[in-house]
Ligand binder design. Sequence first.
Ligand code: GLC
Length: 735
Amino acid sequence: MVSRLLAFFLIPTALFAQVKDAAARADSVLALMTLEELVGQTNQYNGFWNATGPMPEGNDWLEARVKALKNGLVGSVLNVSGVNEVRALQKVVVEETRLGIPLIFGLDVIHGYRSLSPIPLAEASSWDLEAIEASAHAAALEATSDGINWTFAPMVDISRDPRWGRVMEGAGEDPYLGSRIAEARVRGFQGKDLADPSTLAACLKHFSGYGFPLAGRDYATTDFSAHTLYNWILPPFEAGVRAGAATVMTAFSAANGIPSTLDSAQLWGELRGRMGFDGVVVSDWGSIAETIAHGHAKDLREAARLSLAAGCDVDMESDAYLRYGLELARSNRSDSLRFRESARRILELKFKLGLMDDPYLYCKQKSLPDVRPQAYEMAVKSTVLLKNKGILPLNPSLRVGLTGPFAADKNGVLGNWRVSAKDQSAQSLAEATEASWLFAPSAPHSIGPEAFATELTLNSTDFSGNDRALKALRSQQVLVLAIGEHGYESGEGRSRASLRISLVQQDLVRKAFKTGKPVVLVVYAGRPLILEPWMQDGAAAILWAWQPGSMGGSAVADVLKGLREPYGRLPMTFVRSEGQIPLHYDGFSSGRPGPKTEVFWSHYTDESNTPAFPFGFGLSYTSFDYKNLRVQPSNTGWTATLTLSNTGTRAGSEVVQLYSSRLGNGQLYPTKALKGFQRVTLEPGEVRDVQLILTREALRQRDGLGKSHPFERGTLGITLGPNSSEGLTWTTDLP
Ligand code: GLC
């Protein structure tokens, strides 16, 4: 129960029944609070043990935190989970502090909780918004059953740089797909009512531009144009705000000469002003204090003052607000008002979550629901078939040999953000195959411990396991090699300068090719990796499995066997070489687009301009034919209709994608831009008209000053195709 004092002062029960407005109820509590208690609400601590970021040195910090907790100077915590742990901490705050204002419990429920779905970039490959929403809802069901009420997800950072380890956490390079997925994830986490104890407050992160670090190196300064900011980076945040996201997290990074956590123009101007966000802004882990390391704030006091002024309501793990907030509030009326505003937003969220009426609302459930079926479904829908010379689906009569470092792996395939799943808890591919399959271990991919916060040590010397494996599989007729990167090679703090498959794995692939048997490559990765040309050429098939989570074993096995079809389409461009980065489908033309016979055009002398695999690409086990595109103008835009045929022998689904191109309207536009998509499932031989709509509104673009412009004159192109590099195009000249 809430504390006696708080209960006495809260709006009387009779009245409360009418006053549903969380803001009004928050105001009634604010009136009771001391300045110190207001500041306390803005302070967020880690759960003292399960750190997802650098922890303070020494041990005295622990006593100080417990004291702060008991004095009502902590408003929320992260990385505390489990009904008993949550209840115990909540009890301290509710019963031992003056006002008994309950804590919010936050956690990175990024792609599942105990049972992990595939990494978000994999889920984005499904282009299936319903499945993505269901996956987020399943994660919410599990996490809330363990006392969690706030997730630091969805990460909506657009990125075109596969060197950056956190591409695994987002939805890829496109703002339209990224926006639809942001909406789906917010809906999935938050449901229809945050007070429903099976829903989580969502958190759009990292505001903003964190996905554009220089040279792909995490935490580095980001660099992007205003045009990119307004037309690529911000739209998924706008979509998430429109979908009702309760919170937003600032970015570690700096952009345009200011750390994001201190950027008033972005936080007040864009987020709260233009987008109308009125929820809670939380700093990323320690990012208020890190503005000193950035060279911007001269000390923690100034960092606190500047981030508060910029509109950052909650201080995650900087201790800045707790150490200097009271002094700032007492010495400066505007800071006092800002703390009051931030505390009001935090209290409002607590009312919306139902915690003020029942602090133990999320501590009722006893057992975690079994959400593995959703994890399996999402893992199937996340796989992307990049090549198939007819070997897939595998004929059940074939003797299959399975090897490669990720064939029996139960840990790396969980991905990086698995703070709540148990290590080694994934179902491996080897565990999910038939008796007719034979598994043989190859040389290990890594040696030594596998941990969230430490570098993985890759095996670069012991190749011997490869020969043993291929010898053991010598009587098998087809080889399936599970290769790629471990979940702890991607994610936060894990940028890679090389995207190549490791040499030990290349040795295995090369020797497998030498057997003359068909070789299927199943690639586990948290990002687009680079498969050497000889590897791509020599493979009979390439199935991109990403990091498929807890149920990846049976999901990948079922796709290989044809029990399920490969369903995914790439949400991010796959480069041929690191030198091409950043390479994205929606780039701009150039004054010299080429190709030309002489050198004076935009190209490399040693590499192609084209990707290895384009955005939107993915094969299925059947084939489709696109015919007869016709486009009808309407008063809101254009309706494009296409005749789609399944020309193969199996049922299958196709993601028909609509891209616009805009020329000659006095603004530079990307050569093409995704503006819609529709998944269509057809029986063999079935023919169907598929309709997609392009609105005039969707053609608007903001200029470098943020002003939005319509596309009213020039040449408009509408392309319907299976991916960003092919399709049928219709053009018209607008007056
Ligand atoms: C991490 C991440 C952020 C996460 C937070 C809490 O450093 O940058 O995405 O939500 O800290 O774990």
